[in-house]
Design a protein around this ligand. Sequence first.
Ligand SMILES: [Zn+2]
Length: 269
Amino acid sequence: MTLKPERSSALDALVEEILGRAHKAGRKELAAWRKPQRELRELARLDYVRVMRRTVDYHTLRAIIRETRKIWPEFNREVFRPKSLNQLAAISSDLRIHLQATPYRGPEGMALRGFYMDKAPKVLKHPLIYLNTAHDRGAVSMTFMHEMGHHVTAKATGRASDGVHYFFDAAHRSHLGEPLELAADVIASLAAYPEPIARRIFAMPWDWGLVARADQLPDKAFAQIRKHVRELTGFDFGASLPTGQTLNYLTGMIHYAKLRWALLAEYEL
Ligand SMILES: [Zn+2]
C-alpha cells in the first residue's frame, strides 16, 4: 500500500462512507440483483456487436489496450490468472493505487462487487479501488480487472473519471449503455479471454457471415467457456451458493464471454 499507517484511518472512513451510500446509489441494480433471471434471459439473447458499436469507440479502445500493456505487456496474449489479495495489493502499490479489500456483507452485500474512485484534490491523493472479498476468488480478480479498466481508461483518455463508480453484480445490462463502464468490462473480458483463447472458443466461421454479430452463444462455445472458467477459477456453479448468487455469476460469465465474442467478431481483437 502507498499509504502511511497514520493516514489509513482517513481512507477507511472514506471507504465506509462510500459503502454506506451504495444501497442508495444502486437502488435499480439491487432490484435487478433480486431477480437475476430477467437480466440473464435478456443478455443471453442480445446482440453484443450492435450494442458495443454504439457504446465503445474503436480508437479509444485501442488506446486503452495500449495503456493496459504498459502494465501487463502480455495483455490479450496471455490469460490474467486469479491472484491472491497480496498479489493484487502489490500490483496496486506499484501503480500508486489505494487498494482496500474487505468483505462487505450487509443485507445485500453480495450485490456489490467493488468500486473505483479517481484521485480527487483534497479528498484522495491516489485512485482508490475497493474489492468486496466476500465474493469467490475468481470473481474478486474479475472485479479487480474491471476497476483497473477504469484506471487505464482515465490514463488513456487523460480524463479523470467523475465520482465513485460502483460495480454491482446485476448491472451488466446497464454497463452496455455506459462508455466508461463498458470500457472497464472490455478490459476484464480481454484479461480473462486473451486473443488465442477467444479465437479457439469462437471459431465458428459458418455463423459469421458478412455482418458480425454476437447474439445467442452456440452450445459448443458455452461448454468451452464454462470449462475455461472452471480451469481458471475452480468455479463450477455448484450447489454451495444460494441460487440467486449462482445465477448472478452465470449472468456475469455470459456477459464477459459475449463481450469477448463481439470484440473478436467486430474488431478482430
Ligand atoms: Zn465500473
